[in-house]
Design a protein around this ligand. Structure first.
Ligand code: ADP
Length: 418
């Protein structure tokens, strides 16, 4: 029997999941982060990684064939020639790159994915202007560095993490315009997510009792890992995450990009993972109802009847997808006295926005929608699922699994099987 280990570095903690050859979960381990502003992040990540390895039962460890790691997209760091961080990593949401946007705009093509203050490339450009940059040899993403700790090879990334560094995922090379920025650093060599990089370092294999030939594979990002966990794998299959916001991802044979709507595509083997994110979602429901109320009131809704209430639920003005209007006003009127009616209107309105989102992706060239898996807090609401199915006109179901660690374990398993 062989097992596969997926490791997820998320915002609140690190998780590991061991699966068997048919994808059945064998063990799940967790290391929560205690965030305080003064902590040495690199150190914490390293401790978390090895704590996860230690928590896995000895029996499973002995038969783990491959390991892959996912990190949060655009969480990056610089390290020296032997892989030690030269300064604190910059987290996914760090906006320091704002000061280099003009320089970035002068090099990158208009509307490119890197033209965001939090992109990996914006962060690298900011770093290149700091004093510590002279000590740096390699620029890595979080997942690349953590994998390096396991396999010992510096300067390797995957094309999911490298997308926001400017790497061209269509031609599989760094674009020429990147040279204009003249950043003197070793950019990672980019490989296919899940492909084998090297065997686990012998001292780690010996210390933790992993097989000597256990492979460490190229990783991915947390959101792609969560998509992989869902069970979606054919063109036309989609995953909607109904969390605080509404995030749509549709698997397609065609690449779709439209910066006006914040739509871009990740490469997924021969397919493209297209998607967009709306500002509507569960956070607006939270403004009016507790989770318990959401559950009980939803049960009183007659799902066979369409609500006549037409809202655009937003916390504040502004929307990007599927309507591109930075001034779009929240529309939450008229509000009926009956909370069941109000909630019915809200759930139907969000379902209409989701449907419009998938229509837009298809209008821009994505494959025809065939099935929608659902993740996030809203996935538990069967009333809402029925309503969404009525609008989407395709089967809507809960994701097989929603944990990024599971998707990353599948990535290690599937690539290894090829
Ligand atoms: P986040 O995107 O913050 O990770 P989660 O995926 O944990 O969010 O989902 C939380 C959201 O799910 C909340 O905004 C809440 O309104 C929504 N939610 C929780 N329970 C229900 C329910 N029964 N019906 C509809 N929405 C729900």
């Amino acid at each position: 029997m062989g097992f596969y280990l997926g490791i997820d570095f998320g915002t609140s903690g690190a998780r590991g999941m061991v699966i068997d050859e048919v994808g059945i979960m064998q063990q799940r381990v967790i290391y929560p982060f205690e965030m305080s502003p003064r902590v040495d992040l690199g150190n914490i990540w390293q401790m978390a990684l090895f704590s996860l390895l230690e928590q896995i039962s000895g029996e499973l460890r002995r038969e783990i064939r491959a390991i892959a790691i996912n990190g949060t997209s655009s969480t990056v760091l610089l390290c020296d020639a032997v892989g030690n961080p030269v300064d604190a990593p910059l987290l996914y949401n760090d906006g320091r790159g704002a000061v280099v946007m003009d320089r970035l705009k002068s090099a990158a093509p208009p509307n490119h994915t890197v033209l965001s203050t939090t992109s990996s490339l914006a962060k690298l450009l900011w770093m290149s202007q700091q004093a510590f940059f002279t000590q740096a040899k390699y620029f890595l993403h979080q997942a690349d560095w953590l994998a390096f700790l396991l396999h010992g090879q510096l300067g390797i990334s995957d094309y999911h993490n490298a997308l926001k560094l400017g790497y061209d995922v269509e031609t599989l090379q760094y674009p020429q315009w990147l040279d204009q920025l003249q950043i003197s650093i070793h950019l990672p060599k980019v490989v296919t997510p899940g492909s084998a990089i090297a065997e686990l370092r012998p001292e780690i294999a010996a210390k933790y009792n992993f097989p000597k030939d256990c492979l460490v594979c190229a990783g991915t990002t947390d959101s792609i890992a969560a998509f992989l966990a869902s069970g979606a794998e054919s063109p036309g299959e989609a995953v909607t995450s109904v969390g605080s916001t509404l995030v749509l991802k549709l698997l397609s044979r065609t690449r779709v990009e439209d910066v006006r709507y914040g739509i871009y595509s990740h490469r997924l083997g021969d397919l493209w993972l297209t998607g967009g994110a709306s500002n509507t979602g569960g956070a607006v429901l939270r403004q009016f109802f507790t989770n318990t109320e959401l559950e009980s009131l939803s049960q009183e809704i007659d799902t066979s009847q369409a609500s006549v209430l037409d809202y655009y639920p937003l916390l504040k003005p502004g929307e990007r997808f599927p309507i591109n209007d930075p001034n779009l006003q929240p529309r939450l009127e008229p509000r009926p006295d009956n909370p069941v009616e109000f909630l019915h209107g809200l759930l139907e309105s969000i379902a209409r926005i989701e449907t419009r989102g998938y229509e837009l992706l298809q209008e821009l060239g994505a494959d025809k929608l065939t099935r929608v898996y659902t993740a996030g807090g809203g996935a538990a609401n069967d009333t809402w699922t029925t309503i969404r199915g009525r609008y989407l006109q395709v089967p809507v179901m809960r994701s097989m699994n929603t944990e990024a660690a599971y998707g990353t374990a599948l990535l290690a398993m599937r690539r290894m099987r090829e």
